[in-house]
Design a protein around this ligand. Structure first.
Ligand SMILES: Cc1ncc(COP(=O)(O)O)c(C=O)c1O
Length: 376
């Protein structure tokens, strides 16, 4: 059998969340965090406001859209949209992996909405998104983190004349994929994904039509305080200029600001997308040369360039586990098992904070490790 590769990746962090920190990251970059100070003091408010403004600027969010920092990470952001906006129209929920399925379960079992249609794609494929109804509210995930299948950036299946709202969980897509903002009414994400930020806080971005829904509709069920974005029929505008519903970690905020600074330093959103695509390309070239490894995503057009999922058709689930254990033990790749509900395989993060040269070295190790575990 071939010897182990001589080199190891400069970082073994390939987890799909929390994801790898930006290149050159150091805790010293957080020295300016206003620790031990009130998050309502103007000093902290200015930082929160900067996080919102820079998010909008870097992502190219239209001026008319609102953006806020909210509790409970991406899950909190998605659920606050569902709990405050849904009810007046039938809902179409589209999912093709476990997180999207979670939102469908919420609709049926928690909110108990009577009129829900499910559009389901098996692991590896998108559902028939074009069959959704523009008069319904539509919930979907931009990038299925656990299947490595994502929407394409034209989103032609979303009508420009729609009457319903589109609610998009884009946590592992933003900062790595182009988002067609006119197609989106609500978009959510958390900091721990593409920019390798800290967990805990989420962000929610609202179109003018989403704001209108919040100002004209009151759901019949109780809405917890941490989900409330409007007061007495008016949007809570302070939320979108840096105020927060409850206490935030200013250390996490500083960490996010550091990540945004890094984005500017490498050339902004287009550079991030390019980095992530290049990373995927390294994998594509590797898969093209080896018949023992395949992408779980069946169609290259919907193949994720962040959470890349692989199946090893000739290996048993035990051998696949042995491979990821071997790579972890060697300090080559951490946390690359497929998600617990997904088909057995590997899931390797290749968002913009990951270096293409590290993916190339990892591929050498995959080849070596596969030979080793299948020979055993
Ligand atoms: C598509 C998707 N939605 C939601 C979540 C949950 O995110 P969070 O833990 O930030 O709430 C994740 C986390 O991996 C995800 O990938």
């Amino acid at each position: 059998m071939a010897d182990a590769p001589k080199n190891k990746p400069s970082s073994a962090c390939f987890s799909s969340g929390p994801c790898k920190k930006r290149p050159g990251y150091s805790l010293e970059a957080l020295a300016d965090a206003p620790l031990g100070r009130s998050h309502r003091h103007p000093l902290a408010l200015a930082k929160l406001r900067l996080a919102i403004d820079d998010t909008k600027r870097i992502l190219g969010v239209p001026e008319s859209y609102l953006c806020a920092i909210v509790p409970a990470s991406d899950t909190g952001a998605v659920e606050m949209a569902m709990w405050t906006m849904l009810g007046p129209r039938p809902v179409d929920v589209c999912y093709w992996e476990s997180f999207g399925k979670g939102w469908a379960d919420d609709l049926k079992n928690q909110l108990k909405l009577p009129d829900v249609r499910e559009f389901i794609g098996e692991y590896g494929v998108l559902p028939p998104l074009h069959e959704t109804d523009p008069n319904h509210d539509i919930i979907f995930t931009w990038n299925g983190t656990t299947s490595g299948v994502c929407c394409s950036s034209d989103a032609s299946w979303i009508s420009d004349e729609r009457q319903g709202l589109t609610i998009c969980d884009a946590t592992s897509g933003v900062f790595a994929m182009d988002i067609p903002w006119p197609k989106i009414d609500v978009l959510t994400f958390s900091w721990q994904k593409v920019l390798g930020g800290e967990a805990a806080h989420g962000m929610i971005i609202l179109s003018p039509r989403a704001v209108e829904r919040l100002e004209t509709y009151s759901p019949p069920w109780p809405v917890p305080k941490i989900f409330r974005m409007s007061k007495k029929g008016q949007i809570d505008s302070a939320l979108f200029t840096g105020s927060v519903i409850n206490t935030v970690s200013m250390l996490c905020v500083e960490d996010y600001l550091d990540a945004l600074k890094w984005v500017d330093s490498v050339g902004g959103l287009s550079a991030l997308i390019e980095r992530s695509k290049k990373n995927l390309q390294v994998f594509e070239e590797f898969v093209a040369k080896h018949d023992w490894i395949e992408f779980l995503a069946k169609d290259a057009a919907s193949r994720s360039n962040t959470s890349v999922c692989f199946v090893l058709p000739q290996a048993t689930p035990e051998q696949v586990k042995a491979l990821s254990k071997l790579l972890e033990k060697e300090g080559v790749a951490y946390d690359i098992n497929s998600y617990r509900d997904a088909p057995p395989g590997l899931r390797i993060w290749c968002g913009a904070t990951v270096e293409a040269s590290d993916i190339a070295v990892l591929c050498e190790w995959l080849e070596y490790g596969y030979a080793k575990i299948t020979a055993a």
